[in-house]
Design a protein around this ligand. Structure first.
Ligand code: CA
Ligand code: CA
Length: 324
């Protein structure tokens, strides 16, 4: 049996105005161990000890006041990230069984060490306003593979949840169907496009039904690249959408310049309040790779706007990362 060890370290500095905290932060210290039992079976195990623990509170109303009656460690804040076994039947079919990322979108599935910008797009990161659509792990079984000489790639799975059951058992009877496909046409080198869907299944359409549909594209030509994603869906009665478009240029071997426009509307049918207004972000980025090392340094300036409902924000982020 072969065993491989890999890791990712990310240290951040963030600062800004309008309430942003100026701080250094240990964002990720991922440690991944994987191995194979020959060509037919592999296993993957990944932890992130830098994860911040959080609590799940239970509350009740006493005399009109909400009081905390109990607290447990939130299972989704535990350090265990990936733990799955892969059974490989052929290039067209691999079965992954265990805890793993659900296959939703490009930035929802790409590893954290390969992001163009320091943070993922708003539809993934704005968890306080209904986001968190992607970069989510859950327990289940996924089929994946490459067809048509590698021109078609698919990922299709059934999970306990869309991320809410990580490190836990299912919280309800329903399972979640999540699938993504990608096309890499041989006729046009540098182009990749595809889509994803996610949906609560084995359940009648009701007041809590969740659905997501996403499209994505990437095109690279010479030193330039354009990348875009859009996503829309429902969380029960609330329809949300978001997406981004990004341009980048590899100026020199080690220096990359990037620009991104990003948006997230947590409620397409309501506006005017902090929890319903659309956020528009303009992001400028620089990426620098230190020659002959896996060390990368990234700088992002982000102008965050909320249609005048909440004050605009200027945020500065720096990331020093290394893989090993
Ligand atoms: Ca479930
Ligand atoms: Ca809105």
């Amino acid at each position: 049996m072969k065993i491989r060890i890999a890791g990712l370290f990310q240290g951040w500095y963030t600062g800004g105005d309008s309430g942003a905290i100026n701080t250094f932060r240990l964002r990720r210290t991922e440690l991944k161990v994987s191995g194979d039992f020959g060509k037919r079976a592999k296993w993957t195990f990944m932890i992130d000890p830098a994860k911040a623990l959080s609590l799940t509170n239970t509350t009740s109303s006493i005399g009109g006041q909400t009081v905390v009656t109990g607290a447990t460690v939130a299972q989704n804040s535990k350090v265990l990230q990936d733990a799955y076994v892969s059974l490989i039947a052929s290039p067209a079919l691999t079965v992954d069984l265990g805890q793993q990322k659900i296959p939703l979108g490009n930035e929802g599935t790409i590893s954290s060490g390969k992001l163009d910008m320091i943070e993922r797009s708003l539809f993934v990161t704005d968890k306080t306003r209904g986001g968190g659509w992607g970069d989510a792990r859950d327990l289940g079984v996924m089929l994946k593979g490459k067809l048509a000489g590698g021109q078609v790639e698919y990922f299709s799975g059934l999970f306990d949840g869309m991320g809410e059951a990580i490190n836990d058992v299912d919280k309800n009877e329903q399972k979640d169907f999540v699938s993504r496909f990608l096309i890499h046409p041989k006729a046009l080198k540098g182009l990749q496009f595809g889509g994803s869907v996610a949906r609560d299944v084995f359940k009648q359409a009701d007041a809590t039904l969740r659905t997501r549909q996403a499209v994505e594209m990437m095109y690279a030509y010479s030193t330039f690249a354009v990348k875009a994603e859009g996503i829309t869906g429902w969380d029960g009665p609330i329809e949300r959408h978001g997406g981004y478009v990004q341009f980048s240029d590899q100026v020199t071997k080690s220096l990359q310049m990037l620009f991104r426009f990003d948006m997230w509307d947590p409620d397409m049918h309501k506006d005017g309040a902090a929890d319903t207004v659309t956020e528009h972000d303009w992001i400028g980025g620089l990426g620098y790779s230190v020659k002959n090392t896996p060390v990368q340094i990234q700088f992002n300036y982000i102008r965050k706007t909320f249609g005048g409902v909440s004050p605009d924000k200027n945020v500065f982020m720096a990331n020093l990362q290394t893989n090993f």
